[in-house]
Design a protein around this ligand. Structure first.
Ligand code: G2I
Length: 466
């Protein structure tokens, strides 16, 4: 068991070195502050000189299981909604930072860097902006950027300055800014952002620009001309709202061509949606897709990090906008890690310990199957998970899983289940909210344990349905 512990130490040492290196070039990439067993995605990314982050929104900041993951797993946060114009300047000249300030404070308290989102966008604009006379809109936009970027000066590492300015065919979107200010509005927005916060990295951010095509070509040509003219642009954000099995084959090549122009690249809003419900085949494809995107970023030094557009399937924008689709993220609704999580974890250099025991027992019908995994292990401690599969073609209502820790291991805490221990015998029953498992569905509980000496996977492990 000394190998995993040694590995954990190496990861932490590498993390510290990467953080120091990143700070030396002025980009604060820090490991998450909350102690979590095993390396987190943020720590793994930091060891590679990158960040791995999540978007978040204000309503979820009151949800303790949610914030436990948000605060520990990631070393970067994007303000998902409340820095948008509608929230920050709801009426002309009246600025309100109360909501976004809460997210920035959360990030600071957890040692996470912040991506500001977004200063000039056609969407989530308060109505009054559309009524500003053409001759005044440039001044209004400059004033908005001066105030918002000024308020967050020194607190936002990356700003999405202009968002989604191109149509699919590469022509300019006819937003109010485009119509009333003209082509120059994007350059003007970048100049205003640089003046307001000279140290923030300034990004142009868009979707459907992950691979090479008409829209990313337009973005490429704009960045190239900005660099030639000295317009202050530092990076491009590839949002990456992707569809299962459809990661563009040219993502890596596309990231590289932007890096070669002399700008950074970030994957800013990653999610990979599927028709719901999930199943094992779709989960495996999604894991492969997440791995492809992560590897594409890691392949190019100037790809500075990856942000998922929130992290749990229960808090994703997808189902409300694409009915019948969802399950696009790396944690499920109950904050269990999905195969897509582990794909990112491994792509970032983490090693998953996957010792497994499976036993099926009766109850009624064909019963259920419990699969026990040690998912990570370090000196004296480990994290485990047990997945319970309903083998029957009717729903199951209530389950019990039992095993014996033969080598003196002990449970420290357990989630998504109710544990009772009798000496070395462990019994876990469903929690109030996850006793029902659909026909051939699965649910999972997780736990932290301690051990000394060895930590073999217990055998047998039994699953009994009520
Ligand atoms: O649409 C997905 C993203 C595409 N790129 C830019 C991002 O800023 C955008 O984020 C989404 C938010 O995740 C949604 O949460 O932007 C949407 C608006 O275009 C956000 O949706 C809005 C709803 O439309 C409102 O009804 C709701 O009040 O979220 C608001 C706050 O929950």
């Amino acid at each position: 068991m000394s190998a995993p512990a040694g590995r954990a130490r190496r990861v932490l040492a590498a993390t510290a070195a990467a953080v120091a290196g990143a700070l030396a070039v002025g980009m604060a990439v820090a490991a998450p502050s909350t102690a979590e067993p095993g390396p987190t995605l943020g720590q793994l990314a930091a060891a590679k000189g990158r960040y791995f982050g999540s978007a978040t929104d204000n309503p979820t900041l009151n949800n303790a299981p949610y914030t436990a993951v948000l605060g520990s797993e990631f070393n970067q946060i994007t303000v998902g909604n409340t820095q948008k114009w509608q929230y920050t300047e709801p009426s002309r000249g009246q600025f309100d930072y109360s909501q976004a300030d809460r997210i920035v404070a959360f990030a600071q308290a957890h040692n996470q860097i912040v991506r500001g989102h977004t200063l000039a966008w056609h969407n989530q604009l308060p109505g009054w902006v559309n009524d500003v006379p053409a001759g005044e809109l440039l001044g209004v936009m400059r004033n908005h950027i001066a105030n918002v970027a000024g308020h967050y000066k020194g607190k936002v590492v990356h700003w999405d300055v202009v968002n989604e300015a191109f149509e699919e065919d590469g022509t300019r979107r006819q937003s109010v800014f485009q119509q009333k200010i003209g082509d120059s509005y994007i350059a003007e927005a970048f100049k205003a952002a640089r003046a307001a916060d000279p140290n923030a990295k300034l990004y142009y951010n868009d979707y459907n620009v992950e691979g090479i095509g008409a829209k990313s070509d337009a973005m490429y040509n704009m960045v190239k001309s900005f660099k030639q003219q000295g317009i202050p642009i530092d990076g491009v954000g590839l949002q990456a709202h992707l569809i299962l099995g459809q990661v563009p084959s040219t993502v890596r090549q596309n990231i590289k061509r932007f890096a070669d122009l002399g700008v950074d690249v970030a994957i800013t809003e990653l999610d990979i949606r599927m028709r719901t419900p999930r199943d094992a085949t779709k989960d495996a494809q999604q894991a492969a897709d997440y791995r492809t995107v992560t590897n594409a970023c890691l392949a190019v030094t100037r790809c500075v990090g990856i942000t998922v557009w929130d992290f749990s399937d229960g808090y994703s924008w997808i189902p409300s906008v694409f009915p019948g689709e969802g399950a696009a993220l790396i944690f499920d609704e109950n904050f269990n890690k999905k195969p897509s999580y582990w794909a990112v974890y491994e792509a970032l250099g983490g090693t998953r310990v996957t010792t497994t025991t499976t036993t099926t027992t009766g109850g009624t019908g064909t019963g259920c199957t419990a699969t026990y995994r040690v998912t990570s292990q370090w000196g004296g401690g480990f994290q485990g998970e047990v997945s319970i599969r309903n083998n029957d073609t009717t729903a199951l209502n209530g389950w019990t899983v039992q095993w014996t820790f033969a080598q003196g291991q002990a449970l420290a805490n357990l989630w998504n289940g109710v544990a009772t221990t009798n000496g070395q015998d462990i019994t876990v029953r469903n929690a109030s909210y996850n006793g029902t498992i659909d026909a051939v569905g699965t649910t999972t509980f997780g736990f932290i344990g301690s051990f000394s000496g060895s930590n073999p996977v217990p055998s047998p492990i039994t699953c009994t349905r009520a």
